[in-house]
Design a protein around this ligand. Structure first.
Ligand code: ADE
Ligand code: ZN
Length: 325
């Protein structure tokens, strides 16, 4: 209990969070009604009972269906503001937020509607609560790479993007598909991250590092299958944004006790804990930290290490980093 209170009160950083994954059932149904979107859920309970996944793809189907209720700038604003309110409650002082513009564009929603709503909430949270943030535009890897460069340029015209990421269905969609847009992003001075080694093999982590030149790997839990890769991750001190509840819900590990986070820490890897899609996976950052550390029988030193890792791995200003250390 003492340790739970320690976790709750320590200043924290979150580095792997999909804003569409913070859509709680209450808000989902409210937006669906407001925007006259038909959902297969008649109430909050039936929505929650649909949140049972056998793998990443079965989750993504539910996640994109949920995202389809987001239509107006106000929806994106309210969604983001609600997550930032959680950050305030949870003691998160800096957060790096992914969004998936392509799914919204496919519904005919303009990019400035999506980004405008998210950015107003981010600006307010910084001003009102001192919570800083970085916005990361994710490309959906199970779509064509063709339109990604023009999408990146559209986003740059709007402004407020700190970096780009790569998410969605990993198997069969290797990082190499997105080499061009990642090169462009690098030339534009943007940060680069990619989901790799969640369901996909260690080769995808190699590709993300070598071809996409990413600064962090999202998930990366399958890296332990390749000792040469572990060596590389150690040499370059590449951060890995691990999401324990997500990995269990998507059956990457059968339960929290079997998660390899402890082994990753013991290998000296630069690991962090994150919530990924908290509305779907049963908990926000504090719940992820507390349950994981309990189940893996780790201690307070690991919590301090994990949060120091997160601060170091973040894209926030050095001034803010000093303030949090
Ligand atoms: N989009 C939202 N959550 C994701 C995850 N865990 N992996 C890949 N794409 C995602
Ligand atoms: Zn993710």
């Amino acid at each position: 209990i003492e340790f739970e209170s320690f976790v709750k009160h320590m200043p924290k950083v979150e580095l792997h969070l999909h804003i569409e994954g913070t859509l709680e059932p209450e808000m989902l149904l409210r937006f669906a009604q407001r925007n006259e979107i038909n959902l297969p859920y008649k109430d909050i309970e039936s929505a929650r009972s649909a949140y049972q996944f056998k793998d990443l793809q079965s989750f993504l189907n539910v996640y994109y269906l949920g995202a389809s209720v987001l239509r107006e700038e106000l929806d994106f604003y309210e969604l983001t503001k609600a997550y930032l309110q959680r950050c305030k409650q949870q003691g998160i002082m800096h957060t790096e937020i992914f969004f998936d513009p392509q799914t919204h564009l496919s519904h005919g929603i303009a990019l400035d509607v999506v980004m405008g709503g998210i950015r107003s909430a981010l600006a307010e949270a910084e001003c009102e609560w001192g919570i800083s943030s970085a916005l990361i535009l994710c490309f959906e890897r199970d779509r064509d790479a063709e339109s990604t460069v023009s999408l990146l340029h559209d986003a740059m015209k709007i402004g407020g993007i700190a970096g780009i990421g790569l998410d969605s269905a990993e198997l069969g969609n290797p990082p190499r598909k997105f080499q061009e847009v990642f090169q462009r992003a690098k030339n534009l001075g943007l940060h680069r991250v990619a989901h790799a080694g969640e369901e996909g093999p260690p080769e995808y982590i190699w590709e993300a590092l070598n071809l996409l030149k990413v600064e962090r790997i999202d998930h990366g839990v399958r890296c332990l299958e390749d000792s040469g890769l572990v060596e590389r991750l150690l040499e370059e001190r590449i951060p890995l944004t691990v999401c324990p509840f997500s990995n269990v819900e998507l059956k990457v590990f059968p339960d929290l006790e079997s998660h390899n986070l402890g082994k990753m820490i013991d290998a000296g890897l630069h690991v962090t804990i994150n919530s990924d899609d908290p509305a779907y996976f049963g908990g926000y950052l504090n719940e992820n930290i507390i349950s994981t550390v309990n189940c893996l029988e780790r201690d307070i030193n690991d919590i301090i290490l994990l949060q120091k890792n997160a601060i170091e791995a973040s894209f926030c200003t050095t001034e803010k980093k000093k303030q949090m250390f």
